[in-house]
Design a binder for this molecule. Structure first.
Ligand SMILES: Nc1ncnc2c1ncn2[C@@H]1O[C@H](COP(=O)(O)OP(=O)(O)O)[C@@H](O)[C@H]1O
Ligand SMILES: [Mg+2]
Length: 251
């Protein structure tokens, strides 16, 4: 597998708190990588460094490098808006805008200069189809996004991220607020999307990581303990701490 994201000697501090400790990690393209580990171990923090969402947190400081397709995303010439377009993010709680289903999807493309109604219609349909939501909403595009169920709202948020044509999709516990059936739909969707996108998902749920990911990264106290093929990590981990975690001895 080809590496798309290359994290080198990364340290992150919140004030004096050392939240990520010398992280070195390669993330392959067009695959699903899962981040697992106990609450507070730095999974979301590392995910946020991949589209510079951490820039917005006052007092956070980063050292080291994050390269995406060979470019240091913390380099001076990098435009953060363009970066976030290329590296989309979906959060724990579905967070559609208080707008229509259509306008939720059209928002990003409009922001980036798409004006043609015909082109916007195409993007809306295409994005909703990719998120396997089109058939459920095609007759209600003018309705408020809030009229949708939680699971549909989350697929809408995925469609919204896809509408600006990203390479990478970050998902931070994006199914933890959903019922089991909606969760399964999002997991199936992620499996389909990995043909075209690189997916990095934080999950609280080890079974989810085992079900859907190609590679799994186990974190503890801000450090990467083990990063390997999912099958290997869950069947034959190299580190005793991984073994203790996956067998439920802590966490
Ligand atoms: N904005 C912040 N300011 C200060 N500390 C933070 C902030 N966000 C997270 N932390 C701390 O950094 C550590 C890692 O947090 P986080 O990345 O959210 O962990 P996880 O996603 O694995 O649960 C935790 O100890 C958390 O309290
Ligand atoms: Mg988190």
């Amino acid at each position: 597998m080809q590496t798309l994201i290359d994290i080198k000697d990364l340290n992150l501090y919140y004030g004096t708190y050392h939240a990520l400790k010398n992280v070195n990690l390669e993330i392959p393209e067009k695959a699903i990588t899962a981040f697992i580990g106990p609450s507070g171990c730095g999974k979301s923090t590392l995910l946020r460094t991949l589209n510079r969402m951490n820039d917005m947190i006052a007092g956070s400081k980063i050292e080291g490098k994050v390269e995406i397709a060979g470019t240091d995303i913390y380099g001076k010439e990098v435009d953060v808006e363009t970066l976030r377009k290329k590296v989309g993010m979906v959060f724990q709680q579905p967070n559609p805008f208080p707008k229509s289903i259509y306008d939720n999807i059209a928002y990003g493309p409009r922001l980036h200069g798409v004006r043609s109604k015909k082109r916007l219609d195409e993007i809306v349909e295409h994005s909703l189809r990719k998120a396997v939501l089109w058939d459920e909403v095609k007759d209600y595009l003018k309705r408020s996004a809030f009229s949708l169920s939680g699971g549909q709202q989350q697929r809408l948020c995925i469609a919204r991220a896809l509408a600006v044509n990203p390479d990478i999709l970050l998902m931070d516990e994006s199914t933890s607020a959903l019922d089991p059936i909606s969760t399964l739909k999002i997991e199936e969707l992620a499996q389909e999307l990995k043909a075209q996108y690189t997916i990095v998902m934080v999950t609280h749920n080890m079974h989810q990581a085992a079900r859907v990911s190609d590679r799994t990264v186990f974190f503890l106290n801000g450090e990467v303990v083990e990063a390997t093929e999912t099958e290997k990590l869950f069947s034959n981990p190299s580190d005793q701490r991984t073994e203790d975690y996956i067998t439920g001895r802590f966490g």
